[in-house]
Design a protein around this ligand. Structure first.
Ligand code: FAD
Ligand code: EPU
Length: 283
């Protein structure tokens, strides 16, 4: 045994929706512990901000990157950095994104500020190339380290076929750490861009939610389509299609995964345009 901490825990505790039954959670701090955890069927849990987890939980091991895999070294690498570009040391997949974005702003490092307000971990945000209209994770990546049961490899964004909300990395390939490639800029300039991007969130609900339910089909706002179908305010059990923005389903308190699934079904039934789900449903 490699000494990873393993505990049976309710996953609701780890999700922004506040829903999800129990599973065996593996807190892995080293590559060795990660490899051991991957010897049996597993899932990767990041910030839990894009997940709808069944009330029964999941039978697989749930891996959470912790300790050194949730630490960051933002020191510019002297061999890879060339003014005005800075390539950082390694940033762990388990690092919370919002704190990282604030830290980069203070250091005057520009490139990722468009992702302000995304409540993810770095690994989860990279895995799905989280973003907003003002920028996405792949705007600031130099190298990615990816671990699979077959081994560890390093890739660059050019090696992947990434796009809107998609890194091209297969599910269950773990983004353990990344090096960032950023541009030196005045901290005030970075802050101004962050504030501007944040304005777009003013109309988003403040309640427990896993973010937008559907990807925007062909650049059209899925929220607008759901709104036009007259579905704002629809409620099943304790889940509600937010009156503020129709692509957000919120937990009014005590919602179940089944409530959320029912609302997703209603949206699919009523919106005439096919839309791809953005959430991940477990199982
Ligand atoms: P999780 O939800 O934990 O997991 C999501 C997927 O990523 C799962 O498949 C999981 O296995 C995988 N994963 C997690 N960590 C890793 C890893 N280290 N390696 C490989 N795979 C991994 N998203 C946007 O894109 N733009 C937004 O503007 C936005 N706004 C949001 C606002 C709110 C209030 C909320 C709650 C969510 C919002 N989201 C937004 C959705 C969510 O934050 C993103 O999808 C985010 O990328 C999810 O990251 P996570 O770490 O929480 O991943
Ligand atoms: N709109 C409506 N009704 C609604 C929702 C939106 O009419 O219920 C209209 C708005 O008035 C606006 C347009 O649709 O004219 C676009 O809305 P918004 O600015 O909210 O942007 P969005 O396309 O709905 C996207 C991302 C968000 C991201 C924001 C801001 C997707 C699926 N959504 O929303 O990302 O925060 O832009 O950049 O790409 C997420 O991915 O989870 C997410 C929250």
């Amino acid at each position: 045994r490699t000494g990873a901490r393993v505990e049976r825990l309710p996953l609701s505790r780890f999700t922004t929706l506040g829903v999800g039954g129990e599973a065996e959670v593996w807190f892995v701090e080293t590559h060795e512990q990660l490899r051991e955890a991957m010897e049996q069927p597993y899932r990767i849990l990041g910030g839990g901000s894009n997940l709808v987890i069944a009330d029964e939980g999941v039978p697989e091991r749930v891996i959470r990157l912790s300790g050194p895999l949730a630490e960051r070294d933002l020191t510019p690498d002297p061999h890879l950095s060339e003014d005005p570009w800075v390539v950082t040391g390694w940033v762990g997949g388990g690092v919370p994104l919002p704190g990282l974005i604030r830290q980069l702003q203070k250091l005057g490092l520009s490139g990722l500020e468009g992702t302000v307000g995304i409540p993810a971990q770095v690994g989860g945000a990279v895995w799905m190339n989280a973003g907003t209209r003002y920028g996405e994770m792949f705007d600031g990546l130099h190298t990615l380290e990816i671990v699979t049961p077959e081994g560890t490899r390093q890739v660059t964004p050019d090696d992947l076929s990434w796009g809107y909300r998609d890194s091209g990395i297969p599910r269950n390939h773990v983004v353990t750490r990344v090096r960032l490639k950023l541009r030196r800029a005045a901290p005030e300039e970075v802050l101004a861009k962050m504030d501007f991007a944040d304005q777009a969130r003013k109309g988003q609900p403040k309640m427990k939610t896993p973010g937008c339910a559907f990807k925007n089909p062909g650049g059209v706002s899925a929220g607008k389509l759901i709104d036009e179908a007259g579905l704002k305010g629809s409620r099943v059990g304790n889940a509600l299609i937010a009156p503020e923005h129709a692509n957000f389903i919120v937990n009014l308190g005590g919602a179940t995964a089944a409530d959320v699934h029912a609302l997703l079904g209603l949206i699919r039934e009523r919106v005439p345009v096919p839309m791809e789900l953005e959430y991940e449903l477990w199982p």
